[in-house]
Design a protein around this ligand. Structure first.
Ligand code: C2O
Ligand code: CU
Length: 482
């Protein structure tokens, strides 16, 4: 089904001069000292209209985007594990918004889901999100109101929780990856929630950016050890990055530490919403150019970035020892023997076999569901109407749950659970390689994945596909932990 996932509307990825990570987020930011008293580390984020040049071409125009505090991505929010974080959202948009800190285990009222966990923040209004940070890792923030359009126009940023004992590296790079649909001048084109995007693979674009711009060559020093924090902030694009001539080691998945390992199948595959932390030792010789290639869509492979080893001497002469595992986050281990098991079947979309579905208590043919409500995806036969529907799952606080997710569609779906992290137990009947913790698990067409978690965080939480147009098109539900 890969071929059906290619960019639609006649766009192609000819524009492959990629990824200017030039300024933001490239250096190893050092945390300013906290005051002695345990005050919250405070940030303030102001979403609003901005003009940002996405294309590297000097003749290209700046695009009208929406940005947090004027930049795409927004400022890096950085704190340390165990600290308290406070983020003031001041809404400078002409519409309501919220702030969702993706992947963080925080109190329900701080989760930023409109209607479900808070009233949306009106234009000119503000809201303070404040919570403790039990887990280290790479996370991100984005609005959860009109998500496909607000995220798609540029509202997102990295949220990094540093380990108490971070691994020793020479440099850290944060790459927030995105995929835009632009015209030749570099302006955003096309309506959001286009019917084709909803029913197919989401808003796939024709311009890939890292940290809000096409990426030029990435200068490195031979022998240098880099921690690369990757965040997929795209609406719909799955990335599959192969590192020519290098041996990257995955040390964390969706923020949570994992036994260091080479990426399965030789490439780092990331659906929307997912993160990966890599340790990459620059193994080239001075002067070498080593490409990072995205060949997730084989026939549309392109060079994502190029590590250019500076001429001159290498930083070190002998290779470093393999990276050590990071300390685990304090996640509750699910009790598999006592876990309550459920199946969640994903159906619908183009080339699917779905005929009818439930929507707001009414049984509708797929045709009516689509014509009247623009819904085309279901979980267990039910299309989501948004954020206020009856919970599909009522979970008992403190109990373990084991969910079998079955993708009966022709499309990729990164399924995201709010407020918790789950273990991935099996994939297509086989034990999952690292039993990694995750908050967003990618299911390819016909995949079956088992996850398990302890429902330890009370409140009503979303479970949804992070292809944002799929969520808009019905692929989500509410999970009530009480
Ligand atoms: Cu990244 Cu429900 O969100
Ligand atoms: Cu999906």
């Amino acid at each position: 089904m890969r071929s059906n996932l290619t960019p639609s509307h006649g766009f192609s990825i000819s524009r492959r001069r990629l990824l200017g990570a030039s300024a933001a987020g490239l250096g190893l930011a050092v945390l300013p000292a906290l005051p002695a008293r345990a005050e919250a580390r405070a940030y303030s984020l102001a979403p609003g209209p901005a003009r940002v040049k996405l294309l590297a071409d000097p003749k290209a125009q700046a695009a009208d985007v929406w940005a947090f505090s004027g930049s795409v991505p927004g400022p890096v929010v950085r704190a340390r594990q165990g600290e308290r974080l406070s983020i003031r959202l001041g809404n400078g948009l002409d519409r309501a918004t919220t702030l969702h800190c993706h992947g963080l285990r925080l109190p329900n009222g701080m989760d930023g889901v409109p209607e479900l966990t808070q009233a949306p923040v009106d234009p000119g209004g503000s809201f303070v999100y404040e919570f403790d940070l039990p887990d280290a890792g790479t996370y991100w923030y984005h609005p959860h109101t009109q998500t496909s359009e607000q995220v798609g126009r540029g509202l997102y940023g990295a949220l990094i929780v540093e380990e108490k004992q971070p691994p020793k590296v020479d440099r850290e790079l944060v790459w927030v990856m995105d995929d835009w649909r632009v015209d030749d001048a570099g302006a955003l084109t096309g309506e959001f929630n286009h019917p084709h995007d909803i029913s197919h693979g989401g808003r796939i674009g024709n311009l890939i950016t890292v940290n809000g711009a096409e990426l030029d060559d990435v200068p490195v020093r031979a022998g240098e050890r880099i921690r690369l924090r990757l965040i997929n902030a795209a609406n719909g694009r799955v990335f599959g990055l192969g590192f020519e001539g290098l041996d990257p080691q995955v040390i964390a998945i969706d923020g949570h530490p994992v036994a260091p390992h080479a990426p399965e199948g030789g490439r780092v595959v990331m659906g929307p919403g997912q993160r990966r932390d890599l340790i990459v030792d620059m193994a080239g010789k001075p002067g070498d150019r080593l490409a990072v290639v995205d060949d997730y869509f084989e026939r549309l492979a392109y060079t994502f970035a190029t590590f250019v080893h500076e001429p001159g001497s290498a930083l070190r002469s002998s290779p470093l020892d393999a990276p050590m595992a990071l300390a685990a986050n304090p996640l509750p281990e699910p009790d598999l023997a006592a876990a309550v098991a459920s199946d969640i079947v994903i159906e619908g979309g183009a080339m699917g076999g779905l005929r009818q579905a439930m929507y707001q208590g009414e049984k509708l043919s797929l045709m009516d569901l689509w014509r009247r409500h623009r819904k085309v995806w279901v979980l267990n036969g039910v299309a989501s109407s948004g954020f206020t529907e009856d919970p599909m799952f009522k979970l008992q606080r403190g109990r373990s749950y084991r969910w079998r997710l079955k993708n009966d569609t022709a499309w990729d779906h990164p399924m995201h659970l709010h407020g918790h992290a789950f273990r991935i137990l099996t994939r297509n009947g086989k034990p999952a390689a690292h039993r990694s913790w995750s908050d967003t698990v990618l299911l390819h067409a016909d995949d079956e994945v088992e996850i398990a978690f302890v429902a330890d965080n009370p409140g009503k939480w979303l479970f949804h596909c992070h292809v944002l147009e799929h969520h808009f098109g019905g692929m989500g539900t509410v999970v009530d932990v009480a």
